[in-house]
Design a protein around this ligand. Structure first.
Ligand code: NAP
Length: 308
C-alpha cells in the first residue's frame, strides 16, 4: 500500500511516497481504507525534526477519513463498509494518517458527519478534538468571554464555533481579509490581529477576557488581554511565566486520542451544521511536498488534504 514517508528530517523534499506492507488490525483495532488525510502544522514539525525523537521512517498525518476495511477482535462500534473519520498518533511505530490503509484503535474512530464528504470529514478529528480538549480544560460557564488568536485557522475556526455552542462570548482576531470569515463563523467581537492584539482585546473588553485560546502561538504577549485570575489555553509550549494569577493550560490533543465520545459528538455538531468543515485543496500523495510548502508560506484558509 502507498504511504507518505519521511526517512530523514528536512525540508519538503524529504517527503517520499513508499509502498509498504498492509497493516493488520489487532484486537480492538480498525483498519480504514483512507480517502483523505489532512496536512497540518504538526506535519511540518514532524518532517523538519523540530519535534525531536520520532522513530524513522515515519508516516505523517494526524487525521483521516475513509471506509472501514477490516475490524479486529472485539470491535463492536463499527463495521466493514462504514464511512468514518479518525485521529491518528503519527509518532507511533505504525505511523500516521497519510497512507492508503491505516490501523487505529476503535476508540479513535467515529462516523463521518451526515452530509459531509470524506474529504470534508477528514478535517474534523484532530483540530476539533484539540478545541474540545481546550474547552474542557478551561471549564468556562455560559456567558463567559473567550478570546481566540489565529481565529481564521483550523483550530481558531472550530474554537469560535464550539465556543458559541457552549454559550460563550467570542472575541476573535483577524487580518482585514479574514474579518468576514471569522464573523461568519460566529465571532461576537473582531479585533485586529498582530503584535497589538492584547491591547486590542483589552480595548474591546476593558476588564480583560475570562480566557484566551492562543492558536496563533503568541505566548506571553497575550497575557495583558486576560483578566486577573483568568486562563490561557496554549497549543504549543507556553514560553515565559504567568502573571496576576492567570492559569496557563498546555493543551495536548494526544490526551483525546481515544476519546470516542468527544469525536462522535463533534461529528454530530458538524452534521447539524454547527461546525464548518473547510477544505481548500487536495493533492495526490506524490505532491505532498507542495502542500507543505503552501502551508508553511501562510495565508491558507481551509485545510489541504492528501487524497488516496
Ligand atoms: N497541542 C496540540 O495538541 C495541537 C493540536 C492542533 C494544533 N496545534 C497547534 O495549533 C496551532 C494552530 O494550528 P492550525 O491548524 O489552526 O493552524 P492554521 O490553520 O495555520 O491557523 C493558524 C492561524 O494563525 C494565524 N497566525 C499565524 N501567525 C500569526 C500571528 N503572528 N498573529 C496572528 N495570527 C497569526 C495564521 O494566519 P496566516 O495563515 O496568515 O499566517 C492562521 O490564520 C499550530 O501551532 C498547531 O501546531 C496544537
Amino acid at each position: 500500500m502507498k504511504a507518505v514517508v519521511i526517512r530523514r528530517f528536512g525540508g519538503p523534499e524529504v517527503l517520499e511516497v513508499a509502498d509498504l506492507p498492509v497493516p493488520e488490525p489487532g484486537p480492538g483495532e480498525v483498519r480504514i481504507r483512507v480517502a483523505a488525510a489532512t496536512v497540518n502544522p504538526t506535519d511540518i514539525g514532524l518532517r523538519s525534526g523540530a519535534y525531536g525523537a520520532v522513530p524513522l521512517p515515519a508516516i505523517p498525518g494526524m487525521e483521516l477519513a475513509g471506509t472501514v476495511d477490516a475490524v479486529g477482535a472485539g470491535v463492536t462500534t463499527c463495521h466493514a463498509g462504514d464511512r468514518v473519520m479518525a485521529i491518528v498518533q503519527p509518532r507511533r511505530p505504525e505511523g500516521g494518517a497519510q497512507a492508503e490503509l491505516v490501523v487505529v484503535p476503535a476508540d479513535s474512530v467515529a462516523p463521518i458527519p451526515s452530509g459531509a464528504s470524506l474529504t470534508e470529514a477528514a478535517t474534523l478529528p484532530m483540530n476539533g478534538l484539540t478545541v474540545r480538549r481546550a474547552l474542557d480544560l478551561l471549564q468556562l460557564p455560559a456567558g463567559a468571554t473567550l478570546a481566540i488568536t489565529g481565529a481564521a485557522g483550523a483550530v481558531g475556526g472550530y474554537a469560535i464555533q464550539l465556543g458559541k455552542v457552549e454559550g460563550l462570548r467570542i472575541v476573535a482576531d483577524a487580518a482585514p481579509a479574514d474579518v468576514a470569515l471569522v464573523r461568519g463563523l460566529g465571532a461576537d467581537i473582531v479585533v485586529a490581529r498582530g503584535q497589538a492584539v492584547a491591547a486590542a482585546i483589552r480595548a474591546a473588553v476593558p476588564g480583560g477576557v475570562d480566557a484566551l485560546l492562543d492558536a496563533a502561538v503568541q505566548g506571553a504577549a497575550v497575557l495583558p488581554a486576560v483578566r486577573d485570575g483568568g486562563q490561557i489555553a496554549a497549543v504549543r509550549r507556553f514560553e515565559g511565566g504567568s502573571e496576576r494569577g492567570i492559569r496557563i493550560h498546555q493543551v495536548g490533543v494526544t490526551d483525546y486520542l481515544r476519546n470516542h465520545a468527544a469525536l462522535a459528538a463533534l461529528g454530530q455538531l458538524a452534521g447539524a451544521g454547527r461546525l464548518t468543515l473547510r477544505v481548500t485543496a487536495t493533492f495526490p500523495p506524490e505532491q505532498v511536498g507542495e502542500a507543505h510548502r503552501r502551508l508553511q508560506a501562510g495565508g491558507v484558509r481551509g485545510r489541504m488534504l492528501i487524497v488516496f
